[in-house]
Design a protein around this ligand. Structure first.
Ligand code: AP5
Ligand code: MG
Length: 209
C-alpha cells in the first residue's frame, strides 16, 4: 500500500499513522519528524529548516522534495509507505507524482483527515510527546502515564502564534492538493473528530480493510 495522510496541523496524522502501520506493515514517513531529527542533529538541512519550522512557515520545496524522494527510494519502501506531512504544496505533489511514475509505481490512496479550525489550537497547545519512544499524548485528551509524564516534551512550533501561521499555510498551500488527488479518484475523506480509535476505524473502512 502506497498512501498519504493529509490534514491540518493537529488533525491526528501522527496519532493515526502510529495505529495504522501495524495493520498495513509499511513504514511511516513523517516529513515533520525527519526535519525535527535533522534540526536536533544540527545537519545543514536541519539548520536551514529550523527558522522556518519555529515560525510555522513551510520549509522550501526543493529541500523537502529531495529529502522525501530519497527516503522513499530506500529498500524498506519497496512494497509501500505511509507519508505524513508530505506533499504539502502543489509542486511537492507534482514532484512525487513524477517520481512514482518514473519508478513505475502508483499511489493507492490519499486519506484526508478533516478537522475544522476551532479545535485545532487546543489539540496543538496540549500536545506532548515521549522523547524516548516518540509516542504522542495530549495533556487533557490522552494524558501520558505516570512513568512517562516526567519526561514528556513539547514541540517548539506548538505555540498559539505558530499554529495560527501553520493553519493559514495549510489553507493556502496544502488544501489545493486535495482537488489534485480527488481528480485521480484516490481521495478518501475521513471525519477526524471523536475518539482516536473511532477515527482509525473510519480510515481502515475507507481503505477497505
Ligand atoms: P508536521 O510535523 O508535519 O506538523 P503538522 O502538519 O502541523 O501536523 P502535526 O504534527 O502538528 O499534527 P498531526 O496531524 O500529526 O496531529 P497529532 O497526531 O500529533 O510539520 C511541522 C513543520 O515542519 C511544518 O510547519 C513545516 O515547517 C515543516 N514541514 C513538514 N513537512 C513539510 C513539507 N512537506 N513541506 C514544507 N515544510 C514541511 O495530534 C495532535 C494532538 O491532538 C496530540 O496531542 C494528540 O494526542 C491529539 N489528538 C489526536 N487525535 C485526536 C482526537 N481524535 N481527538 C482529540 N485529540 C486528538
Ligand atoms: Mg504530526
Amino acid at each position: 500500500m502506497r498512501m498519504i495522510l493529509v490534514g491540518p496541523p493537529g488533525a491526528g496524522k501522527g496519532t493515526q499513522a502510529a495505529k495504522l502501520v501495524d495493520t498495513f506493515k509499511i513504514p511511516h514517513i513523517s516529513s515533520g519528524d525527519m526535519l525535527r531529527a535533522a534540526v536536533k542533529e544540527g545537519t545543514a538541512l536541519g539548520i536551514q529548516a529550523d527558522t522556518f519550522m519555529k515560525a510555522g512557515q513551510l520549509v522550501p520545496d526543493d529541500v523537502v522534495i529531495g529529502m522525501i524522494l530519497e527516503r522513499i527510494a530506500k529498500p524498506d519502501c519497496a512494497h509501500g509507505f505511509m507519508l505524513d506531512g508530505f506533499p504539502r504544496t502543489r509542486p511537492q505533489a507534482e514532484a512525487l507524482d513524477e517520481s512514482m511514475h518514473k519508478a513505475g509505481v502508483a499511489l493507492e490512496a490519499v486519506v484526508l483527515i478533516e478537522v475544522p479550525d476551532a479545535p485545532i489550537v487546543e489539540r496543538i497547545t496540549g500536545r506532548v510527546s515521549d522523547p524516548d519512544t516518540g509516542t504522542i499524548y495530549h495533556l487533557k485528551f490522552n494524558p501520558p502515564p505516570a512513568d512517562v509524564a516526567g519526561r514528556v516534551v513539547q514541540r517548539k512550533d506548538d505555540t498559539v502564534e505558530a499554529v495560527t501561521t501553520r493553519l493559514a499555510k495549510y489553507h493556502s498551500e496544502t488544501a489545493p492538493i486535495v482537488p489534485f488527488y480527488e481528480s485521480k479518484g484516490i481521495l478518501k475523506r475521513v471525519d477526524g473528530i471523536g475518539n482516536p480509535a473511532d477515527v482509525t476505524k473510519r480510515i481502515t473502512t475507507a481503505l477497505g480493510k
